[in-house]
Design a protein around this ligand. Structure first.
Ligand code: GAR
Length: 204
């Protein structure tokens, strides 16, 4: 399965994919794109010999134009699964139509709590005791697609986003890699009796 990754930032999730999934069980990362020319994720991809591209919004008249160019670039490389690994923009409906049920995202909260940007800060501001990470399919809403994996971590006294992220990052990396491998094995499917539920016949 050919995987394309979209990342806006540091790219630790991308690095986990490159280290643990890339080149295994027929999964290959064939493209990494970013909206940020300076994203460290691009350097990580280049170091692994993966082709990269930047689709900066200021070079396009509209989001749809940019997403069309990005979808074209991914499709040219034969991408079958698009992984949002710290990608901080909403994708246009047209982009999602190009990869139906084939775009997944990692989010640093237990959805449906705290969707959107700054999820960890939202959770801290609310005063929750359990934080967590979610891997989900991307639909046209904001972090509202069907959930593949999620796991919580109890941090009753957390006061800083850094502290929470230190606990969440390893969970994100593990669950995202597991989701990619499970999808490539054909082990992830919808539940015919429940429109939002995802069934995972996972070995891990
Ligand atoms: C991750 O924590 C991911 O969950 C989050 O961005 C971070 C990227 O880290 N994504 C979102 O908040 C999406 N709404 P990374 O660049 O080190 O992989």
């Amino acid at each position: 399965m050919k995987v394309g990754v979209l990342a806006s930032g540091t790219g630790t999730n991308l690095q986990a994919i490159l280290d643990r999934v890339h080149g295994r069980e027929g999964v290959d990362v064939v493209a990494v794109a970013s909206d940020q020319p300076s994203a460290k994720a691009l350097k990580r991809a280049r170091s692994a010999g993966v082709p990269t591209a930047v689709f900066a919004q200021n070079e396009y008249a509209a989001r749809a134009d940019r997403d069309r160019a990005m979808a074209e670039w991914l499709a040219e490389r034969g991408v079958e699964l698009v992984v949002l690994a710290g990608y901080m923009r909403l994708l246009s409906p047209e982009f999602l139509e190009r990869f139906p049920q084939r775009v997944i995202n990692v989010h640093p909260a237990l959805l449906p709590a705290f969707p959107g940007l700054d999820a960890v800060d939202q959770a801290l501001a609310y005063g929750v005791k359990v934080f967590g990470a979610t891997i989900h399919f991307v639909d046209e809403g904001v972090d509202s697609g069907a959930i593949i994996f999620q796991r919580g971590v109890e941090l009753a006294d957390a006061t800083s986003a850094d502290e929470v992220m230190a606990a969440i990052r390893p969970i994100e990396h593990e669950l995202l890699c597991r989701a990619i491998l499970a999808i490539s094995r054909g082990a992830v499917s919808g539940d015919p009796d429940h429109p939002r539920r995802v069934v995972v016949r996972d070995r891990a």
